[in-house]
Design a protein around this ligand. Sequence first.
Ligand code: ARG
Ligand code: ZN
Length: 407
Amino acid sequence: MKQLVLLLLAVFAAAERKRYDGYQVKRVFPKDSVGLEHLAQMRLDIRLDFWTEVRKPSTDIMVPPEVVEELEGRLGELDLPFLTIIRDVQKLSDEQKVAEPNEDGTPRAMDWTSYHRLVDIHGYLDQLAEDYPDMVTVMSIGSSFENRDMKLVKVSTGTASQKMWIDGGIHAREWISPAVVTYILRELVENYEENRDVVDLFDWYLLPVHNPDGYEYSHTNERYWRKTRSVTESSCRGVDPNRNWDFHWMESGASQNPCSEIYAGPIPFSESETSSVAEFLLDENADRTFQGFLTVHSYGQYWLCPWGYDAIYPEDYDLLEEAGMMGVDAIEAVFGTDYIFDTSAIGLSPAAGGSDDWAKGVGEIQYSYTLELRDTGFWGFELPASQIIPTGQETWEGVKAFARYFQ
Ligand code: ARG
Ligand code: ZN
């Protein structure tokens, strides 16, 4: 049955790529909790696409041309100051550098100077497993709604007694995330000799593309797609995979409207992309050997710890801050990129059903974090591909310093 549904969907799928001509990005500056409340209400308007959380000091919102005037009027009425930071989203997206996929479907070599398609990323994992059989294992830990593999790579030199998790690409449009997770993978494996002390500390579990359907869809059809691609009870597709985890599900910052960008799904773990990872982690962490969990997003330059579902501190916050700040300081030391450390609910805004909260609250991984990579909104999701390597370098330094905390 599902096969038939998928086939029909493929037949009717608009081959056309959505255009963003005249789409703008507004940066709104809420002054107080009233302003934040107004923005939280606005987020329910499905014509608006929030590129950031509703947060102080500013919140970025993409708006289609036909809604610009209305939005400006409402922001004026509500006494919410704003700037137009992007005047034509299509123009910006046209300038992005994407590695054109091979026509015969074979993977292209990763270069980290352009954004790569799923086949290239998965091909790279397979290549590493072939080239470094003693160190690298690739496995599929589940399949996506559209039956793509969720390829996980395990890096192990056989010396470690603790484990570290890093995933990327849970949100489709955050292209820098899989690019940086594969960059980290390269450092772990191809530069092992240089990084020995850190690599040997853990068995590393990397899932560079957590949401493969969404990632591909953001390349082929809708550049700013965020969610999975599952069929919902309405004509809108996709669930926000970072609102779908079964821990305080739907308690804050999520929606029950399938057309919303933050749709939490009909039930917790409705998405195979989230439930497969949860099951894998419960199995692999049965012996409580996972120390760290990093889930990599963009953008904003934050290193965030639980809780995300409510503005309360976990009881071991001091430890989480100490370890996380190792990462933050190391990132800042490379090129001076400023990062903010906080809990996600306090640093951004409350949102329940995230993987970080689940990893800590249910998965029993004490040191669980969300990283929001570059930048702070100048380019936003269109961070130029020329920044992949520098972002990779600083993030890798951050991960190394964080890992050494567990020495
Ligand atoms: N920007 C991320 C998101 O919206 C932040 C997640 C932080 N974690 C959380 N549990 N709210 O998914
Ligand atoms: Zn995200």
